[in-house]
Design a protein around this ligand. Structure first.
Ligand code: PLP
Length: 489
């Protein structure tokens, strides 16, 4: 007996349903300003709304989309809203979306060159393109020597893989017993991803040294402090092996002085990694390229194209000068993956540059972004956000109840409401309350940090739809809520 059964990839069904889905998504973007930016639901809200088990019989796409509208979207925080100013942005764009769609459509798994030669080769080419836009030194490019770029899922994976490569490089020389002596350096402003990498990499917790920063260096790592830490550690028999500098720290966009840090790393045989997860995008503009001056001293460099470069999540670009260091740490060669091209060492197999085996065709979306927008538009995009942040900074500076806390460098403004009568005992609670109040309105979403013990508000411009009017409106929300709070004191 013939049964038609399930046809999970019928071209005509795909055409019809995907058109409906694109319409749904386009309508979402059209109406995105109507949603509260920060989801206002309570924990566990969704369990109340959905059945306990999956359906036995198929439902229609329309049923599902109705549920998305009524039950899912209320529990979404709208990172693409033009009034999203929290953390750092996570850009979506038409080009990035189309690339994701194509990648989902082709749905190959490109762990070895042979599993889809185009995926590996496009990734190498596109990262060379981006590396050139950033004016990275030649030896980071795949066309020169042992260097090259690779797309990781996140900056956390990027720092993890290079830390493992650096660890194993030194352990090959000193023997495995040296692990407990290995020391990592970074500033106390470095993203917690480094600490996680140290945990995974078996670095002794006391040997992950986060050197103190303060306002005197605008929260950048001091080379003097690093120099002292290195010589103290060497004198007690420890082995410095990894330094992570940040260009655009998460709290306040501090920029560590790459050149002097890098030279110190080189003189001491330390692997030097530069994390420019957010601010790296700005360095495609000649006027911001200076912030990565000194990158020539680095062993590895990372920027997240999925943050501020119009490339839908996830797409974290990592470049290394010595691909063999990665490969020696991360490669495996089981029988079932052996093939002529790999065995003959003729190709790059990206499985050996990352933690998982499987990998998506992520270069497609970055390629789309670079081709459909072009460098000049991308530069304008970045400059526009930085100008909007400048505009916001001016608004804050003009209101004597507030202060701008750190000099703005890129598109993040760190500011706070000054406590009345300079009573700092109330400053932190006041700003905490202001953050809660503005985010509860649903009109905007901002986030916070703590610098030198002070609770600071962060206003990060970078969502693709943000215009001057949204910044003006956001400032009004902040002023209104501040007036209400101050009035109630
Ligand atoms: N490094 C910096 C400077 C960041 O700002 C962030 C996230 O905001 C990260 C690393 C971690 O990024 P990811 O989520 O890609 O791991």
């Amino acid at each position: 007996m013939e049964s038609k059964g399930l046809q999970p990839m019928d071209s005509e069904q795909l055409r019809e349903n995907a058109h409906k889905m694109v319409d749904f998504i386009a309508d979402y973007y059209k109406s995105i300003e109507n949603f509260p930016v920060l989801s206002q639901v309570e924990p566990g809200y969704l369990r109340e709304l959905l059945p306990d088990s999956a359906p036995n019989q198929p439902e229609t796409l329309q049923n599902v989309l109705d549920d998305v509208q009524a039950k899912i979207l209320p529990g979404v925080t709208h990172w693409q809203s033009p009034s999203y100013f929290a953390y750092y942005p996570s850009n979506s764009s038409v080009a990035g979306f189309l690339g994701e769609m194509l990648s989902a459509g082709i749905n190959m798994v490109g762990f070895s060159w042979i599993t889809s030669p185009a995926a590996t080769e496009l990734e190498m080419i596109v990262l060379d393109w981006l590396g050139k836009l950033l004016k990275l030194p030649e030896d980071f490019l795949s066309t020169a020597g042992q260097g090259g770029g690779v797309i990781q899922g996140t900056a956390s994976e990027a720092v993890l893989v290079v830390l493992l490569a650096a660890r194993d490089r030194v352990l090959r020389k000193l023997g495995k017993n040296a692990l407990e002596k290995l020391v990592v350096y970074a500033s106390d402003q470095t993203h917690s991803a480094l600490q996680k990498a140290c945990q995974i990499g078996g670095i002794h917790p006391e040997n992950c040294k986060l050197l103190k920063t303060d306002s005197s260096t605008n929260y950048a790592l001091s080379p003097d402090l690093l120099s002292k830490a290195i010589s103290d550690d060497i004198s007690t028999g420890l082995v410095p092996f990894f330094l992570c500098a940040t260009v655009g720290t998460t709290s306040s966009t501090a920029v560590d002085p790459l050149l002097s840090l890098g030279k110190m790393a080189k003189n001491n045989g330390i692997w030097f990694h530069v994390d420019a997860a957010y601010a790296g995008s700005a360095c495609i503009c000649p006027e911001y390229r200076c912030y990565i001056d000194g990158v020539e001293e680095a062993d590895s460099f990372n920027m997240n194209a999925h943050k501020w470069f119009l490339t839908n999540f996830d797409c974290s670009a990592l470049w290394v000068k010595d691909r063999n260091a990665l490969i020696q740490s991360l490669s495996t060669n089981p029988e079932f993956l052996k093939n002529k091209a790999s065995q003959a060492n003729m190709v790059v197999d990206y499985k050996d540059w990352q933690i998982p085996l499987g990998r998506r065709f992520r270069s497609l979306k970055l390629w789309m972004v670079l081709r459909l927008y072009g460098l000049e538009n991308l530069q304008c995009y970045i400059r526009n956000h930085i100008n909007l942040a400048k505009y916001f900074e001016g608004l804050v500076a003009a209101d004597s109840r507030f202060e701008v806390v750190t000099p703005r460098i890129f598109s993040l403004v760190c500011f706070r409401l000054l406590p009345p009568n300079n009573n700092e005992d109330h400053g932190n609670n006041l700003n905490h309350d202001l953050l809660d109040a503005v985010n509860s309105t649903g009109k905007i979403f901002i986030s916070h940090t703590v610098l030198s013990g002070k609770y600071i508000l962060r206003f990060a411009v970078g969502a693709p739809l943000t215009e001057e009017r949204h910044v003006t409106a956001a400032w009004k929300v902040l002023q209104d809520e501040a007036s209400a709070l101050l009035g109630s004191l």
